[in-house]
Design a protein around this ligand. Structure first.
Ligand code: PEP
Length: 251
């Protein structure tokens, strides 16, 4: 079970030409990058099928979005089954930008998790507290509530398809990174919560990624911590050289 993962999240960035160039640069570099880490990228949805077709075999592809519903009259939505049929490996669920800008409630997040797991699609489940919650010292309560809700119906056997990304909202796209101590503290909390909710082995096998202004200059310190299994990388994943440097931060 390889816990280490570095995943890019391009958000709404890049033309298809830029996406292809990034893919070609990564393809050339991939065999020289550390082998003890899984590498993934979440491009904008229109590029998913192209990237699946042209990618290096080691690169995993994630969708930034997935429907909470099944097939039917849901204009603009696409289902977990559709993603699986296109060769997509994972879906990001519960990203704070989706929660705050697109009204994704804990209930919607939980439905999406279920849909993905039923379809055989991996889940990158994002959780994180805002600055007021951090300042009030209630960050663990916030994360607990998000995890309890999102994983409410999940059986321990399905947890092999779930990756957790701890992303303090105050660190996303702000240039302000959580300190290695702050990240490690929360990751340890999440692992102990997983151990109580499921069992020790499940907790041990689950990848817990850090997200929030992670970049080449701070990745090594973050990834060196016992419970930090890698990162979900926004801005710094757009440039393949920076992204590769982050992957190389694994010793
Ligand atoms: C993200 O969008 O998941 C993220 C962590 O963004 P950034 O790295 O730009 O803070």
């Amino acid at each position: 079970m390889m816990r280490n993962i570095v995943s890019g999240n391009w958000k709404s960035n890049k033309s298809i030409t830029e996406a292809r160039n990034w893919l070609a640069e990564m393809g050339e570099a991939m065999d020289k990058l550390p082998q003890n880490v899984r590498v993934m990228v979440a491009p904008p949805a229109p590029y998913l099928a192209v990237l699946v077709k042209e990618k290096h075999s080691r690169l995993l592809i994630a969708s930034q979005q997935v429907s909470a519903s099944g097939e039917g009259a849901f204009t603009g939505e696409f289902t977990a089954d559709m993603l699986v049929s296109c060769g997509v490996d994972y879906a990001l669920i519960g990203h704070s930008e989706r929660r705050s800008n697109f009204g994704e409630t804990d209930e919607i997040v939980s439905n999406k998790v279920q849909r993905c797991l039923e379809a055989g699609l991996g889940v990158v489940l994002c959780c994180g507290e805002n600055l007021n919650e951090r300042d009030a010292g209630i960050q663990e309560d916030v994360i607990k509530k998000q995890l309890e809700s999102a994983l409410n119906d999940v059986k321990e056997g399905s947890m092999k398809s779930v990756v957790i990304a701890y992303e303090p909202i105050w660190a996303i796209g702000t240039g302000r990174t959580a300190s290695a101590d702050q990240a490690a503290e929360m990751h340890t909390y999440i692992r102990s919560w997983l151990s109580l909710r499921f069992d020790e082995q499940t907790a041990k096998n689950t990848s817990i990624l850090y997200g929030g202004s992670c970049k080449p200059s701070n990745a090594e310190e973050l990834f060196a911590r016992e419970d930090v299994d890698g990162g979900l990388i926004g801005g710094a994943s757009l440039n393949s050289v920076d992204f590769q440097a982050i992957i190389r931060s694994f010793k």
